[in-house]
Design a binder for this molecule. Structure first.
Ligand SMILES: [Zn+2]
Ligand SMILES: [Zn+2]
Length: 175
């Protein structure tokens, strides 16, 4: 096909589509029905490429919905809160059931802190960086022996598979 023919074909197709709007629509619909996975993928791709647009659209949609159905919106927010709240409580309960020793040890730290028997340092015992520190127990049988670590060091310490590998510099221990 040369350029002229291509152009003519294009024009022809354009006209054909105009003349057969309904059948084009129907065939598109049919294709969509036959290829739900592809449609889904296309939609996901579009969403990923237009995240800002999607966010705006969602916000606008929610605002309108809230304005139109204030009672429903209130109910929805309440149900969300209840669901979320219950999930957190359930998670905490599970954690406590799974880790009774740890829970007891953490309670002990909390008790020692509020009764001023120990003081939380401002710097991580491992790397020395100041911040919000976690109390860590090397041994849950010695509940009063707490090491204060930053989130990063604490995470790293718990990630080590063999407790024998854990190295905590002596003399830097607190409590
Ligand atoms: Zn640290
Ligand atoms: Zn720990």
């Amino acid at each position: 096909m040369n350029e002229k023919e291509k152009e003519r074909h294009k024009r022809y197709m354009r006209q054909w589509r105009k003349d057969h709007v309904e059948s084009v629509k129907a065939s598109k619909k049919k294709w969509k029905e036959e290829n739900p996975d592809k449609v889904k993928k296309d939609r996901e791709n579009w969403k990923n490429k237009n995240k800002d647009k999607m966010l705006l659209y969602k916000r606008r949609h929610m605002r309108k919905w809230r304005e139109n159905y204030p009672e429903k919106a209130k109910e929805y927010e309440k149900s969300c809160y209840e669901k979320y709240h219950e999930k957190i409580l359930h998670g905490v309960k599970l954690y406590r059931q799974k880790n009774p020793q740890r829970t007891r040890a953490h309670k002990r730290i909390w008790y020692l802190l509020v009764t001023n028997q120990i003081k939380k340092p401002t710097r991580c015992s491992c790397c020395g960086i100041p911040g919000n520190l976690d109390g860590h127990h090397e041994n849950y049988d010695r509940q009063d022996c707490v090491i204060w670590l930053c989130k990063k060091c604490h995470f790293y310490l718990h990630r080590k598979p063999d407790p024998g590998q854990r190295v905590v510099e002596e003399g830097k221990e607190e409590g």
